[in-house]
Design a binder for this molecule. Structure first.
Ligand code: FPP
Ligand code: MG
Length: 292
């Protein structure tokens, strides 16, 4: 079975949550007549919704039922993620996103940046509806960290970072938003100790990015130059472990081990959850991370 087919099967048990999320996202597409159709194609198309999927599975596996505020939180997270991609495609001069021409190419950089800003404001509105300053503050710091991760990447182009620097950048750019989705969901549910959720979220976001970086290397010959990290001077775990940009076989193996260590850590964290179909699905999702 392909990755996509396995993923679809796992997410089947939260399909109603995901349908609701899509409806919420659709309801936010009202920014400007000339832009709505393209934004709709971008915001509500080909996306795994991985942040929301892990959050809904974790929340339900912890015995909580999502309510209106949970949908607001996951909508805000997906919108922030989308806004960051609009800006990222301007930074990376990328021309394809989610299988379609990127907004910066359908229009131009100005429109892509403004649309990202508009989405960010929309997400703030959703966060405001939660009336939970702790989550708003976590989210604000996470967006600042995403920018710091981008700054680090920009000012270190062409240099091989240490593994510690790479993991820090990965936590800043990617894992932080998973923490908002998962730890935020648990905080909203009233759960008092959310340390396990935060640890799980950071590990999941990091593992997800490591997997993405592995795919970027193994599929590098099929990627356009602008999507190819090696050609762009962005050096990830396989290059760091190899110590050079050639002969990556050993680096790839070590990166797979690193990824597996995160999966093992998360499996241990989920051991503490009561048995349920959601816990089983969460663990299947973890196993799928190793499918690379
Ligand atoms: C994709 O990385 C981009 C990110 C994970 C985050 C980008 C963050 C910002 C632009 C700053 C925050 C901005 C806002 C509006 C919240 P990638 O280029 O490695 O992956 P890709 O191959 O999918 O482009
Ligand atoms: Mg990019």
């Amino acid at each position: 079975m392909s990755f996509g087919a396995k993923y679809k099967k796992i997410t089947q048990i939260i399909k109603d949550d995901l349908t609701r999320l899509e409806e919420e996202l659709k309801s936010e597409i009202n920014l400007y007549p000339q832009l709505n159709e393209v934004l709709s194609g971008f915001l509500t198309s080909e996306s795994k919704r991985i942040r929301a999927v892990t959050a809904f599975l974790y929340l339900r596996a912890s015995g909580y039922e999502p309510d209106e505020r949970q949908y607001n939180l996951q909508t805000a997270v997906e919108i922030i993620h989308s806004a960051s991609l609009l800006h990222d495609d301007v930074i990376d001069e990328c021309d394809i996103r989610r299988g379609k021409t990127a907004l910066n190419k359908v229009f131009n950089n100005k429109i892509a940046i403004l649309t990202g800003d508009y989405l960010l404001a929309t997400a703030l509105d959703r966060l405001n509806k939660l009336s939970t300053p702790e989550i708003t503050a976590l989210c604000a710091e996470t967006v600042r960290e995403m920018c710091r991760g981008e700054f680090f990447q920009y000012f270190n182009l062409g240099k091989i970072p240490t593994i510690e620097q790479y993991l820090k950048k990965t936590e800043q750019k990617t894992a932080g938003l998973f923490r908002v989705a998962i730890d935020g969901a648990m905080k909203l549910s009233g759960s008092l100790n959310t340390q396990d959720a935060a640890d799980f979220a950071l590990a999941f976001g990091t593992a997800f990015q490591i997997r993405d970086d592995l795919l970027n290397i193994t599929e590098s010959s099929r990627l356009k130059p602008s999507k190819n990290d090696l050609l762009c001077g962005i050096y990830n775990a396989p290059v760091i472990f190899s110590g050079s940009t050639s002969n990556l076989a050993e680096g790839i193996e070590k990166t797979k081990n690193l990824l597996n260590n995160y999966v093992i850590k998360m499996l241990c964290l989920t051991d503490k959850l009561k048995d349920s179909q959601y816990k089983t699905a969460l663990r299947e999702l973890l196993e799928l991370l190793n499918d690379v």
